[in-house]
Design a protein around this ligand. Structure first.
Ligand code: NAP
Ligand code: MN
Length: 257
């Protein structure tokens, strides 16, 4: 029988749904294992789902994720809190597809971090200068607060707040968006969000990242010592998601925004 784990948001509704999942599945012979689950149930929001992926990043080739959203619809989940029975039925009958989604990898010095939604450089202390290279080719010198590189999944998150385009599901693309760029007669950069092939390596170089932060989904890191960031779709890690029923992407968009 499959081994499973559960990640829940902090609220009581999510926790009690998590308990029900654990109870039902253990009664049916599934094995609860937080160390080596094959399926991770996520109860909460899109943020909880991303957190669960980060929690199980080291086991990622062997784990698939299944989400239930407590609140509204979510971009990562097709089931809501009144549909727990349907979700369990679907899981136990194995009537589902497993879809793979790419992760971004960012290399900063000798460290590599992975992102589901986006990688961003932000500097609120001073103007950040960034030289942008796309797969080895120089594009521009940017000046402003920073830049964001997102996945298709992440296009509705931070990227959307930056005025980036929402990318329809099924399109294997990444997007580069400026964060408060300076544009006038002396300095200019593209300004428009740029949608790129998934093979593109985005390199951001700077003489100084002093006081800049590297944002990787909900996590942040300091960048003071680095001079270069390499951002690319990760070749080896993909997220596997259980999809039982399908809800149209446009339904999600129109319901959520
Ligand atoms: P959070 O501050 O709790 O989340 C911010 C909001 O973003 C929540 O409503 C969350 O939905 C939603 N969200 C997360 N991923 C999404 C996606 N792919 N598509 C649409 N909405 C999404 O932080 P968090 O829950 O840990 O999530 C981290 C993400 O939040 C970051 O990767 C970043 O994209 C986003 N964020 C956005 C802004 C902004 O737009 N200015 C600022 C900070 C963070 P749920 O309520 O369902 O969790
Ligand atoms: Mn959240």
């Amino acid at each position: 029988m499959e081994k499973f784990a559960i990640v829940t948001r902090y609220d009581e509704t999510s926790k009690s749904i998590g308990e029900k999942i654990k109870e039902t599945l253990t009664q049916k012979g599934y094995v609860f294992s937080e160390e080596s689950p094959e399926t991770v149930f996520v109860v909460g929001g899109d943020g909880t789902y991303i957190e669960a992926i980060h929690q199980y990043l080291d086991l990622i080739p062997n784990v698939k994720f299944l989400g239930l959203h407590t609140g509204t619809l979510g971009f990562f989940t097709e089931y809501q809190d009144n549909e727990l029975d349907d979700l369990l039925q679907m899981y136990m009958s194995n009537e589902y597809k497993v879809l793979e989604f790419p992760l971004l990898a960012v290399q900063a010095g000798d460290k590599v971090y992975h992102a589901v939604n986006e990688v961003r450089v932000e500097n609120v202390s001073r103007t950040q200068v960034l030289d942008v290279y796309l797969s080895g080719e120089y594009l521009e010198r940017f000046r402003g607060t920073g830049m964001c590189v997102c996945t298709q999944l992440g296009s509705t998150a931070y990227n959307r707040s930056l005025g980036g385009a929402v990318i329809q599901d099924g399109l294997d693309l990444i997007e580069l968006t400026e964060i408060a760029g300076i544009h006038h007669s002396k300095y200019r950069s593209l300004y428009a969000p740029l949608i790129l092939k998934k093979e593109t390596e985005v390199v951001l170089k700077s003489e100084s990242f002093c006081k800049a932060i590297l944002g990787v989904d909900a996590n942040t890191y300091t960048l003071d010592q680095e001079q270069e960031l390499k951002i690319k779709v990760c070749d080896c890690k993909h997220v596997r998601m259980i999809k039982g029923k399908s809800i149209s992407y446009f339904k999600k968009l129109s319901t959520l925004f």
